[in-house]
Design a protein around this ligand. Structure first.
Ligand code: PMP
Ligand code: GLU
Length: 400
């Protein structure tokens, strides 16, 4: 019966982040003391006032019906206002905004709307695992431009220019970046914008979901640069900054024809995002931002802690991430080493070894386009992080 599955699904990789998280969860239920540093998910609870807004929305009884496909009008207006006032995207209006079931769904909508068979999408690599799979699902061809440890995993505008062909339709990056935690500066984005504008019919997808976890003190939105509104699809959501992963609310702000296309496809796929979750998201956006700021401050403290602990492990090479909640160390010094019958040849082997011997889950960098690295999420308590890094150091010392 297996053979009845489509080529589409057979050719798709499982999400490596979710697969590793599932594995860690399974081991935990077997009673094994796993410290999960694989999933990019805030360990904080959704702020109280957001929870209360969802409860009130239920009590009001007004949000049980199918929502408007592109999202409730007041939420779309609040998002547009935020984009105008905080991100300097002067053209953003409610009609440009489409609210979806998480930013992951926003990204799926975009690629389903843009890609014809064989179209190329340039991805700044290392990149979040789902980009390439959704591009392929839509019939597109992912083309990677690669950053490395030496340039803080930031591919350049020059690399972008060299990778563009007649078939290139779109470019995608995340900043702050998952998996590297790197942040594009305004001038780096300006250079990228110039390349985009120099080619006809080319758009950029700016994934800004980690906007609120940025330690540089400044976040630049490429859509705010002159002439770039028409060329940019800004993606954002509530999962990270507001600790709302399970609520599943994300959004885009795009030129009207793209927003309309995303609304059309969403009308066929989901009928729009959950009503109650949208009410909660609205409270997040317009309410007290202090919990979000406190979470960001906690991530910064943890970043510094993990940096110190990683630097203390011989063989691990890392840059200093400026946002999100990930380290993306290069572990290639361990390739070719072994302990007993366990040999490390790849980042996958490294992760399996650390999972088995240290009971700490990480994700292989191969899934993010960087086979010499592994991703460590520090969205965990300081006590867990200290214990995890202690265990990792001990088991790595056994590799000869
Ligand atoms: N973009 C990036 C870079 C991410 O890390 C994630 C993580 N989930 C998403 C988009 C999607 O987020 P969500 O669907 O939870 O809004
Ligand atoms: N974005 C998170 C991560 O990279 C959540 C899991 C996922 O959706 O991939 O771990």
């Amino acid at each position: 019966m297996n053979s009845i599955l489509s080529d589409r699904i057979n050719n798709m990789e499982e999400s490596a982040t979710l697969a590793m998280a599932k594995k860690a969860r399974e081991l935990k239920t077997q009673g094994i003391d796993i410290i999960g540093l694989s999933l990019g998910e805030p360990d904080f609870k959704t702020p109280k006032h957001i929870q209360e807004a969802a409860k009130s929305a239920i009590d009001e009884g007004k949000y049980f019906s199918y929502p408007p496909v592109a999202g409730y009008q007041d939420l779309r207006e609040a998002i547009a206002k935020k984009l105008r006032e905080q991100n300097n995207i002067a053209e953003a209006k409610a009609e440009n905004v489409v609210v979806s079931t998480g930013a992951k769904h926003s990204i799926a909508n975009i690629f389903m709307c843009l890609i014809n068979e064989g179209d190329e999408v340039i991805i700044f690599s290392p990149y979040w695992v789902s980009y390439s799979e959704v591009i392929k699902l839509a019939g597109g061809v992912p083309v990677l431009i690669e950053g490395n440890l030496e340039n803080n995993f930031k591919a350049t505008a020059k690399q972008l220019e060299e990778a563009i062909t007649d078939k290139t339709k779109a470019v995608i990056y995340s900043s702050p970046c998952n998996p590297s935690g790197s942040v594009f500066s305004k001038s780096e984005l300006e250079a990228i914008a110039e390349v985009i504008k120099s080619k006809e019919n080319l758009v950029v997808i700016a994934d800004e979901i980690y906007e609120l976890i940025n330690f540089t003190g400044s976040h630049a939105s490429i859509a705010s640069f002159p002439g770039m509104f028409e060329r940019t699809i800004t993606v954002n959501g509530f999962s990270k900054g507001y600790a709302m992963t399970g609520w599943r609310v994300g959004y885009i702000c795009a030129p009207l024809f793209i927003a309309k296309a995303c609304e059309k496809i969403q009308g066929q796929f989901t009928s729009g995002g959950t009503g109650i979750a949208q009410r909660a998201a609205l409270a997040g956006l317009v309410g007290d931002q202090k919990p979000t700021e406190e979470m960001a401050a906690a991530y910064l403290k943890r970043r510094d802690l993990v940096l110190e602990l990683l630097r203390d492990i011989p063989g691990i090479k890392t840059h200093v991430p400026e946002g999100a909640f990930y380290f993306f160390p290069d572990v290639s010094d361990f390739f070719g080493k072994s302990a007993g019958d366990q040999k490390i040849e790849t980042a996958d082997d490294f992760c399996l070894y650390v999972l088995k011997e240290a009971n700490v889950s990480l994700v292989t960098g191969a899934a993010f386009g960087a086979p010499n690295s592994v991703r460590l999420s520090y969205a965990a308590s300081e006590a867990e992080l200290k214990e995890a890094l202690k265990r990792i150091k001990e088991v790595l010392a056994k590799l000869k």
